[in-house]
Design a protein around this ligand. Sequence first.
Ligand code: BDP
Length: 729
Amino acid sequence: MPVHPLPRSLRSWLLWLSLTLLLVPGARAEDGYALWLRYPRVDDAARLAAYRATLAEVYVAGASPTMDAVRDEIRRGLRGLLDVEVPEVAAPTRAGTLLLGTPAASPLIAALALEDALQAAGEEGYVIRSVTLDAGRPATVVASHTDLGVLYGTFHLLRLLQTHHPIDDLDLVSAPRIQHRILNHWDNLDRTVERGYAGFSLWDWHKLPDYLDPRYTDYARANASIGINGTVLTNVNANAWVLTPMYLEKAAALADLFRPYGLRVYLTARFSAPIEIGGLDTADPLDPAVRAWWQAKVDEIYRYIPDFGGFLVKANSEGQPGPQDYGRTHADGANMLADALAPHGGLVMWRAFVYAAENPEDRAKQAYDEFVPLDGTFRDNVLVQVKNGPIDFQPREPFHPLFGAMPQTPLMMEFQITKEYLGFATHLVYLAPMWKEVLDADTYARGPGSTVARVIDGSLHGYDHTGMAGVANTGTDRNWSGSHFDQANWFAFGRLAWDPSLTAEAIADTWIRMTFTNDPAFVEPVKRMMLGSWEAAVHYMTPLGLHHLMGTGHHYGPAPWVDTLSRPEWNPVYYHRADSVGIGFDRTATGSDAVSQYAPPLDSIYGHLDTVPEKYLLWFHHVPWAYEMPSGRTLWDELALRYQAGVDTVRAMQATWAAVGHHIDAERFEQVRVFLAIQEKEARWWRDASLSYWQTFSRRPLPEGVEPPAHTLDYYRSLSFPYAPGHFP
Ligand code: BDP
């Protein structure tokens, strides 16, 4: 068969493109692979000159795989940002030395009298300071008690350069507020990713342990750059196979690569593994043979991975096996694994995401009912991992009432970085404002000021262990996260796990500068766009406290009408309870009384129509369509206008993007542009399908300003998506 040559014009264009990429200094494919670690030449001449003078040579103290990573990163960063080869020296030779290391490895650094600051920085923290060396020469030091702290500090210094921050008078100390900052990968052994919208799993199990994709190292670099120090490689809906020698060898190869970057490997433990791969006929946590099996298994894991982090466990949740299968409690199950891990210093992260089909109680109440009585009965090396809200990563939820209610059990936060309920990869939704709303929420557990952040950073109850987990949004897509803006959510998760007091705005500002450009004409409008994006999605999907209205199984798009699923609490109708009178879930004392799980005065604030925040109105109340809202409009009109506002905001985002696009590369601009168009289309779909359906109950006309639905309700109900991503029935 003849091969058709490419048209001449296309050929010459391709030639031009490849020559450009090869020959033009600094030209590169802006496909998103480099994330926020692009290190482009500093384009402000004065700043560049100042940086070159301040960082004229580099002195790296100590030899270890982590210090090799420091060397590699600073070389890479300075080469790109300063566009010169900064020499590495064995001792300072001139003004402008950058010193990187620990006092233990370097008498020079030890002589700088940083001890107090280093003490405050702790094991993983660091000090960055402008100093004067003996000979009166100005220098900059990045120091820590540990090599890992030096690596974190190196990334911080590079961040300052990337964001064009002055560096001639630095004096900063940074220490993580949370100990375990962990990504949860819902990755299966067949490389599908549950709720993954960025391609397949990064872990190429079949080629491991022999072929080590360079991408694994870039993954570790990216995580270290934002302070993430743990990764759970496998799905919470676990497969026992990962605990067999064949897979442990593969996991160990990843752990070896990640170790220099401070990234510890964890695995998910399938509770029934003793039966499935151990040949036992029970997984009863109190059975001596089961306990012995887990002990031997854990000992074996540590032979492969000496610094193995421990297990993440989903048990007796959505059909997963667990201790209750044997009449035991969650604490019995967690403690058995904790006992096996304790001699090695490993942790159990036991998830509180439980609800049962046979339990007629409001699903939002079940985890609290199950876990609060167990407070104080878990071993010291158990953390209970709690989702941010009581249902399930909905577009917006009030904080989970377990926060503040288990003073004797370290609770860790579970956020979802992957946007299962927020538009998959195509909707631009910056999640930091949502996470901040939760972290800053006051639980009142010990009076005013008992924020969720203070629960999980351990300061409220004096927890020994603290943690924050994020369900990862990474995959084999060239841009890692499925879209350029979804990278911001990975970034924001890491930054907030390091310091929950950072603002969503500051994080966005830094990320935009590192990822795109420092040009304020781009940074400011794009930042505003990001900061408003979550609220917009809440408006066009689930305004005023509505929740769980998405398509069955795959969760793509609206399906509030579904009422046929086997478990009542899987049906959207269970959550919205719309009828001819009104809409919303009555969780007050006259309803499920979920409000009583919140400490006073929140129980009363949430429990009364005149005090409940509007954003949670229909979460806690069944409200008449004619109810007069603070705006003076009826609930129906207000609801309809919220949907419209969501659509309008997406259109404004499109306009913003179109106006600033010329500040960045065409490659990324274009993908974002098209994704925003998809988002606008799907926002209209959410609005139109939802309002058409609500209208069958309210029997009211759409208020002025709300566009009429494009199709009939029957049309929306007829849509079906058997191959929507991230769901593998
Ligand atoms: C739900 C997801 C499901 C997860 C579950 C969990 O739809 O895929 O397995 O959470 O967190 O949101 O265990």
